[in-house]
Ligand binder design. Structure first.
Ligand SMILES: *[C@@H]1O[C@H](CO)[C@@H](O)[C@H](O)[C@H]1NC(C)=O
Ligand SMILES: *[C@@H]1O[C@H](CO)[C@@H](O)[C@H](O)[C@H]1NC(C)=O
Ligand SMILES: *[C@@H]1O[C@H](CO)[C@@H](O)[C@H](O)[C@H]1NC(C)=O
Ligand SMILES: *[C@@H]1O[C@H](CO)[C@@H](O)[C@H](O)[C@H]1NC(C)=O
Ligand SMILES: *[C@@H]1O[C@H](CO)[C@@H](O)[C@H](O)[C@H]1NC(C)=O
Ligand SMILES: *[C@@H]1O[C@H](CO)[C@@H](O)[C@H](O)[C@H]1NC(C)=O
Ligand SMILES: *[C@@H]1O[C@H](CO)[C@@H](O)[C@H](O)[C@H]1NC(C)=O
Ligand SMILES: *[C@@H]1O[C@H](CO)[C@@H](O)[C@H](O)[C@H]1NC(C)=O
Length: 903
């Protein structure tokens, strides 16, 4: 019974014991650490569990530079490893912290020291044999959910922070191990540390504090700034920062109620650079904070900026400084809010720009289309660790990838052959890219307006202003190559008036200026009328002023001649003859105009009409409309539709400003519902323009062009062509239209979808004589493509991971066709009739003038003449009488005043 009870106790004990998943690299802390001397990784899942060591330089993986050393106890579970950032060259040691499983020894802190002089004679064994462990157990403390360690830069002293305790462990004097209840240090006793980094004279710790249990938020993040007591080197909290959330944001709604139990979701990351800048990553709120601390008086944490990456988790899963703080590497994971992994990327920022924020553009992003993940590397990234210039990335299965810095013009490229760990090798920048600095960052695409034609460019060279140099240009292409060709213009509209009388009358009685004046019939008629007026004046002068019989004869002759040509009053009036001249001029113009106008049809085959003031005047009216494809008007139109249907298409695609050649292109066409490989009829890259012509199997198909190359492309031009065909009155016009797509400052994306819709256009020309209409037909193309998805800016382009460009062109046809109809305004018979009418009208108008003359002018004239002559007679009579009276007065001489009798 007693044995049974003890067994039960034992089982209970085992069940209650801490049993982490040894293969999970994301549990209970960061499993890698590195500095300029070596890299260490804790491999809990190895049998037996061991540390993997890789010595610098990290540029090769020969066995003399790496080894595995077993833990000193196979029961050990290592939470985390840590190294000093700037140790002395001869001091190779790392710290490890963890827990002994299944025993009462509890948590531990240990140091593995390497004896440089131990076995130089045997390089094959130097590593494994050279390390020796010293471990301290914290038997007083039970299992710790959070247990982190921070090593000061010299790498001699390590601080341990756990839920319950804090300790100082001196690698030079392991016996003087000092630990104390953590509540003695933290201002808030509920503080649980999640991440720490320590610089020369200060440290930063981030973690959670417990809130009021009745409140909505159970645990809140907090960041403490630590100083160290100069005598006992104990940490002292001197400053703090509470990441506040903007109310109403999703971060504000988090309760963090499970933050007291270890969860990778709540992991934090801190990195301090030599200038006192501090990066703190908190992936559960998707934020990275940048603080600055005055290194000569480190008493406050100054918030500089922060970077939030939208509504997901994982931004700042791990942070690291490089190059003395000139560059920052941020592991940006994306997890759903339920912590389901979506993607992993490393963003490298140029921190000398001092613009780190949510909107700043990274220098480069890994992985991308020319830095793909190496074979065997998981796409889920867990941690990054940096030495002064190199960066190590660990994935979720513990595989390591070391980025070695490269010089200007070179970038770290993924190796073709597998090695452990995977190490990048320097490779020249691709054409269209440049790199001017030393570092692990990728090459950068040349900005718009510049180009880099060759490999390994350090700078981009400016392009001429007349050429197209988009983002990542490899050459120059004349801007004239980026053009569109439309074969169909809007169908003309009918003139305002399509009634011939109106047109004729308007043109006959219109006086313009300049050329219009010279061809104006009214103008010439008036000139003639003016001359006629002169003749009238001459006749009048002859009539009134000269008593010369010669003059009278000339007058008579003129009057006789003009009387003969009087067409208005049928030879009645000589003035009518004068008016007839004017009328003849007017009518001649009318006939000439009508004749010319009649010939102005159809508009396609005529030239300017010089007899009208408006030379674009045509004898044509137009009608345009849409027709459903199924309903053809008549057989003739059906025939035209058939010709259009039978036209064979060639798809012409040009990729502008690219070095890509034909050898990497494969084409598939959609035959019915299956994609089959098809051929091009021509393909060539001339002067950075890759032109491709593909005969299409049918008019309505889709073509997929795959370019298995990572070269950049500046612009795209797509078009269709088809041959011409003529069948008696049906004329199929040659199709050759294209459209260019380009966007300044962007490069062509890798997945391109363009839809092309063809619409039939049929022109029917009704003949001016005869019955059968002439038909012409052509296709007009409508392009469906969104420029913003065809083109990507620098920021998005550098995140692309696909290594090929795929262009899909889907060709479909509208369900309607456009029917244009051209008809003459006036046909021959109508024209003759209208001219006849016009002639009659003119005669009538002139006749009217004479009627007016007869009814108004003549009587008035007569009246005036009569009044004038009567007056003259009276005057003459008076004169006579006066003379007579004067004589009689003289004769009588009776003194009577003459005036009285005169009155
Ligand atoms: C590795 O780096 C060291 C030091 O920079 C250099 O001497 C050595 O040639 C490099 N080895 C390779 C394989 O690149
Ligand atoms: C427990 O710790 C003691 C020293 O404190 C050590 O001697 C012993 O080997 C440890 N036991 C285990 C199982 O690690
Ligand atoms: C290093 O190894 C050498 C040779 O084995 C030995 O003499 C020396 O004491 C060791 N040094 C330390 C610090 O353990
Ligand atoms: C050095 O290596 C040799 C060969 O493996 C071995 O015989 C010798 O004992 C080693 N010396 C030390 C100090 O480990
Ligand atoms: C180790 O610590 C003890 C006790 O604090 C001290 O007496 C001794 O001098 C230290 N040794 C070294 C090498 O620092
Ligand atoms: C540490 O101190 C706190 C508060 O003083 C106390 O509640 C707790 O039990 C202590 N922990 C240990 C392991 O002594
Ligand atoms: C039909 O019209 C087209 C285009 O205007 C022209 O080229 C062709 O000669 C015309 N055909 C006939 C028979 O008029
Ligand atoms: C129809 O006529 C218009 C105007 O002349 C012309 O622009 C267009 O190209 C013609 N369309 C066809 C299909 O011939």
């Amino acid at each position: 019974m007693i044995i049974g009870f003890l067994l039960l106790l034992q089982i209970h004990h085992i069940n209650a014991a801490f049993s982490p998943d040894r293969s999970n690299y994301d549990a209970y802390g960061v499993k890698i650490a590195m500095n300029d001397i070596f890299l260490v990784q804790a491999q809990n899942a190895q049998v037996p569990p061991s540390f993997f060591i890789q010595f610098a330089p990290y540029n090769n993986t020969q066995s003399s530079l790496q080894c595995s050393i077993n833990y000193d106890n196979i029961q050990n579970y290592v939470y985390t490893v840590a190294v000093g950032k700037n140790p002395n060259q001869n001091q190779v040691q790392f710290f490890f912290a963890g827990e002994v499983l299944n025993t009462g020894n509890g948590t531990f802190i240990g140091v593995a020291k390497y004896n440089l002089t131990s076995n130089v004679s045997n390089p094959s064994n130097f590593c494994a044999a050279g390390f020796s462990y010293s471990t301290q157990y914290l038997t007083n403390y039970a299992h710790q959910e959070y247990f982190i360690i921070g090593v000061e830069p010299k790498g001699l002293l390590v601080y341990g922070f756990a839920n319950d305790f804090i300790f100082i462990f001196d690698s030079q004097n392991v016996s003087t191990f000092e630990s104390w209840n953590s509540s003695l240090t933290w201002p808030n006793v509920s503080f649980t540390p999640h991440a720490v980094d320590i610089s020369d004279n200060f440290g930063v710790v981030a973690g959670f504090i417990k809130d009021d249990p009745t409140g909505r938020v159970k645990f809140s993040p907090i960041i403490y700034l630590l100083n160290f007591n100069s005598s006992n080197r104990h940490p002292i909290v001197v400053g703090q920062y509470v990441p506040d959330t903007t109310s109403g944001t999703w971060q504000d709604l988090l309760t963090n109620d499970d933050a007291d139990i270890y969860s990778a979701k709540y992991s934090m990351s801190i990195s301090i650079d030599s200038r006192g800048y501090v990066l703190v990553g908190m992936q559960f709120i998707n934020r990275v904070f940048l603080f600055s601390v005055n290194i000569s008086n480190p008493i406050s944490l100054v918030n500089v900026s922060r970077n939030t990456n939208g509504r997901s988790l994982g931004n700042g899963k791990s942070v690291a400084w490089l190059d003395n703080g000139n560059m920052a590497a941020i592991l940006v994971n994306t997890y759903s809010l339920a912590y389901q992994w979506v993607s992993s990327q490393i963003y490298l920022y140029d921190m000398t720009l001092n613009n780190y924020s949510s909107t700043s553009t990274p220098l480069s992003i890994f992985p991308n289309y020319h830095q793909s993940l190496p074979a065997g590397f998981s796409s889920t990234f867990l941690n990054i660790a940096s030495s002064s210039t190199s960066l190590t990335l660990m994935d979720d299965i513990g595989t390591l990838l070391i980025f070695i810095p490269t010089g200007p013009g070179l970038f770290p490229s993924m190796p073709g052959t597998a090695s452990v760990p995977t190490i990048t090798s320097a490779k020249g920048c691709l054409p269209g890219m440049y790199k001017s600095n030393d570092g692990i960052n990728d090459c950068i695409l040349c900005p718009a307006g510049t180009k880099a034609s060759g490999n390994s460019s350090i700078n981009c060279t400016p392009c001429a202003s007349t050429s197209l140099c988009s983002l990542g240009s490899t050459g120059e292409v004349s801007i004239s190559k980026v053009q569109n060709r439309d074969q169909v213009i809007a169908y003309p509209e009918s003139p305002d008036s399509t009634i011939f009388e109106e047109i004729l009358i308007h043109n006959m009685f219109h006086i313009g200026s300049g050329r219009c004046l010279v061809i104006s019939p009214l103008f010439w008629s008036l000139i003639v009328a003016g001359l006629a007026f002169l003749v009238i004046i001459v006749v009048a002068i002859l009539h009134f002023c000269t008593m010369n019989p010669e003059g009278d004869r000339v007058k008579k002759k003129i009057q006789y001649t003009f009387k003969k040509i009087d067409m208005i009053r049928e030879g009645e009036l000589w003035v009518g003859g004068l008016a007839s001249l004017s009328l003849i001029v007017m009518l001649s113009f009318a006939y000439a105009f009508s004749n010319g106008y009649f010939k102005e049809y159809p508009i396609e085959s005529v030239s300017d009409f010089y007899l009208a003031c408006d030379t674009s005047m045509r004898n044509a009216k137009f009608q345009t409309g849409l027709q459903p494809l199924g309903i053809a008007h008549d057989d003739s139109e059906k025939e035209m539709l058939y010709l259009l249907d039978e036209q064979s298409f060639t798809l012409n695609v040009a990729f502008l400003n690219t070095l890509i050649d034909c050898d990497v292109i494969s084409i598939q066409a959609l035959f019915g519902t299956t994609w089959l490989t098809t051929r091009w009829s021509s393909c060539a890259n001339i002067n950075s323009v890759l032109s491709l012509s593909i005969p299409l199997p049918s008019q309505k198909t889709s073509i997929e062009i795959s370019i298995d190359d990572i070269g950049t492309i500046g612009a795209l031009r797509i078009g269709l062509s088809g041959p011409t065909k003529e069948e008696d009155l049906h004329y199929l016009r040659e199709l050759n239209a294209y459209q260019s797509f380009s966007q300044n400052g962007s490069a062509l994306a890798h997945t391109l979808a363009v839809s092309l819709t063809t619409t039939k256009i049929i022109n029917e020309t009704i003949p001016i004589d005869g019955h059968d209409s002439n038909y012409t037909g052509i296709y007009v193309l409508t392009y469906g493509a969104d420029l913003n998805s065809l083109f990507l800016s620098q920021g998005v382009y550098s995140q692309l991971t696909s290594t090929e460009t795929v262009l899909t062109v889907a060709i479909s046809e509208s369900t309607y066709y456009v029917k244009n109809r051209q008809e003459p305004i006036v046909k021959r018979a109508e024209l003759i009739f209208h001219n006849l009418l016009f002639t009659v009208v003119c005669f009538e108008i002139f006749g009217l003038l004479f009627v007016i003359y007869k009814l108004i002018f003549e009587p008035t004239y007569q009246l005036i003449v009569r009044m004038y002559s009567r007056r003259r007679e009276r005057y003459r009579a008076n004169d006579q009488r006066n003379n007579e009276e004067l004589t009689s007065i003289d004769n009588r001489s009776n003194g009577e005043p003459p005036m009285v009798s005169a009155l």
